[in-house]
Design a protein around this ligand. Structure first.
Ligand code: F6P
Length: 536
């Protein structure tokens, strides 16, 4: 990355900070075609972003100078780009069609990927068809998926998005170490017909192991010992630990699959069983279509690159430290939660690759709610609050109202369009005042101030025809590659997560104090006091 590219970027930001988005459509008649594109079946509209044409060029200059293409080659080439852990980052290998030739750190991996995928499909079909049964010979009717973070958020998103309304196999997820989570999941289930799938890359995660113990004990209460192991399946990169735990069968993946990038692997076994291998395969195809787009499209027509640049422009150019994502589809309600981990665990960093302080933005806060629910909650702040929070609308043209009599033209996407429009155009005080012309003039002036919208607030809209497996795969891969490109531009390692470690270590120490029945001497006064109160 040259300083010249950042200098040009900063100059564009200084010059265009106050630019009016609406005016840019007239200033640049090509704006719509320049800033909209189709990628892997998704339509992206970035023309409501705050950038001028020159700012857009300056952003592209950053991508070129950071050599995104070279970094992309290293990702797909299986280089050790997660260099703090000495690992390749090769989730695209999991969604390429059979017979790929991916290598991780020089070692061929595609054969193994194909083998695990086939094994998963065979097992899933056997469970679905009742050939694989539990200890008492009964077919499985429910799955309890136990995992947290990347071992939970992706599969949960996929299941919510693609699940049939009345699934033959009910899939429930347990992540929280609060036993209430497990209690809720197990309610109404019969151990004889329940499969517990324990998903943990490391198989050392405290929450997951605690929940797995609870599930195991629940099974042991009523099931005979013989064959009980058929009810506990492990998915992990540490198969020996899963076997030691008592899993009857284990599906493995490798350490070159990052936790938050792992939904393409056996981590989604619950979904493969619940949805069927064919549906899961279609999701992989959609993701691979986005991989191919990312690999081949020129930077200025490359969807993940443009999404990343819009974020960098907002964060670094315009100092906007948050972004909201609103999926206008009930099935995508977990997308914000998924993105919180994907983006903030990947890019919530404060040092560059060489360990020096990151002088540029890095990841903003990411939050959201499905539309239109968010409109009736925090959108007040997005429209009129003092901070400008860029918004992202994910719009599905045909909604999934299959069980109820829904009108064919759902108003859902109309709301998304209205939000983007309202954010951009706002409402002047004069316009607000004109609407109040029947009132006493002083009262009208007072109210008009409250009814004014500053406008000129940016948004991106992503459109899919329907929430198909292909579209979901493409959408998630789009976000993954966007996150990667941002990391390249910010010069950070997007694939480690040291920031979550300190809390884990301190939790262990606090648990020791709990066992001892009193706070240890080294604790700070506040933590010691809280601990004493909680011990009781
Ligand atoms: O604590 C964070 C984290 O390490 C995530 O990166 C990961 O997705 C999650 O925990 C779960 O880890 P595991 O799959 O090893 O249980």
């Amino acid at each position: 990355m040259t300083d010249a590219a950042w200098t040009a970027f900063d100059a564009a930001a200084d010059r265009d900070r106050e630019a009016c988005i609406l005016d840019q459509f007239a200033a640049d008649p090509e704006r719509l075609s320049r800033m909209t594109l189709e990628a892997a079946g998704l339509w992206l509209d970035l023309s409501k972003q705050s950038w001028t044409r020159k700012a857009f060029e300056a952003c592209l200059g950053l991508a070129r100078s950071a050599n995104v293409e070279r970094a992309r080659g290293q990702l797909f080439g299986g280089d050790a780009i997660n260099f703090t852990e000495g690992r390749a980052v090769l989730h695209p290998a999991l969604r390429a069609g059979p017979g790929g030739n991916f290598v991780a750190l020089g070692e061929p991996v595609s054969d193994e990927v194909d083998t695990v995928r086939r094994a998963m499909a065979d097992y899933a079909n056997a469970v679905r068809e009742g050939r694989e049964t539990g200890a008492t010979g009964k077919a499985f009717k429910a799955i309890v998926h136990v995992g947290i973070g990347g071992s939970d958020l992706g599969p949960r998103l996929v299941w919510d998005a693609l699940r049939p309304l009345d699934p033959a196999i009910d899939v429930r997820f347990v992540a929280n170490i609060d036993p209430r989570d497990m209690a809720e999941a197990l309610t109404g289930l019969d151990p004889e017909t329940t499969l517990v799938i324990v998903v943990s890359k490391t198989f050392t995660t405290q929450e997951t192991l605690a929940n797995a113990d609870l599930a195991k004990a629940w099974l042991a209460k009523t099931l005979p010992e013989a064959g009980r192991e058929k009810h506990i399946i492990g998915v992990t990169a540490a198969p020996e630990r899963a076997e030691g735990f008592g899993c009857g069968r284990t599906f493995a993946f490798r350490d070159w699959v990052g936790g938050r990038y792992s939904l393409w692997s056996a981590v989604s076994l619950s979904c493969v069983i619940g949805l069927g291998p064919e549906v899961f395969g279609r999701m992989l195809e959609g993701a691979w279509a986005m991989d191919e787009h990312f690999l081949s499209a020129p930077l200025e027509r490359n969807a993940p690159v443009l999404m990343a640049l819009a974020q960098v422009w907002n964060v670094d150019g315009l100092k906007r430290r948050a972004r909201t994502v609103a999926p206008y589809a009930h099935g995508l309600r977990r997308l914000p939660a998924f993105l919180q981990q994907l983006e903030m665990e990947s890019n919530g960093k404060r040092v560059r690759r060489d360990g020096s302080p990151a002088t540029r933005g890095t990841c903003p806060l990411v939050f959201g709610e499905p539309g239109t629910n968010g409109q009736h909650a925090f959108f007040q702040q997005i429209h009129q609050g003092p901070e400008v929070v860029p918004a992202e609308f994910v719009v599905v043209r045909r909604t999934q109202g299959d069980a109820v009599e829904a009108p064919p033209e759902s108003p859902l996407w109309a709301n998304a369009l209205a939000q983007g429009q309202a954010l951009m155009q706002g409402k002047t005080t004069e316009a607000a005042r004109a609407e109040l012309s029947g009132l006493d003039p002083a009262e009208a002036d007072r109210l008009a101030a409250h009814k004014t919208f500053p406008g000129n607030r940016p948004s991106t809209t992503i459109v899919m025809e329907a929430l198909t497996p292909e579209a979901l795969g493409a959408l998630i891969a789009l976000y993954e590659h966007k996150t990667f490109v941002e990391g390249v531009i910010w010069d950070i390692n997007s694939f480690d997560q040291w920031g979550v470690e300190l809390g884990k270590v301190l939790a262990k120490a606090i648990l020791k104090d709990v066992e001892a029945g009193r706070p240890s001497e080294e604790l700070d006064p506040s933590t010691a006091d809280l601990l004493a109160r909680l011990i009781g």
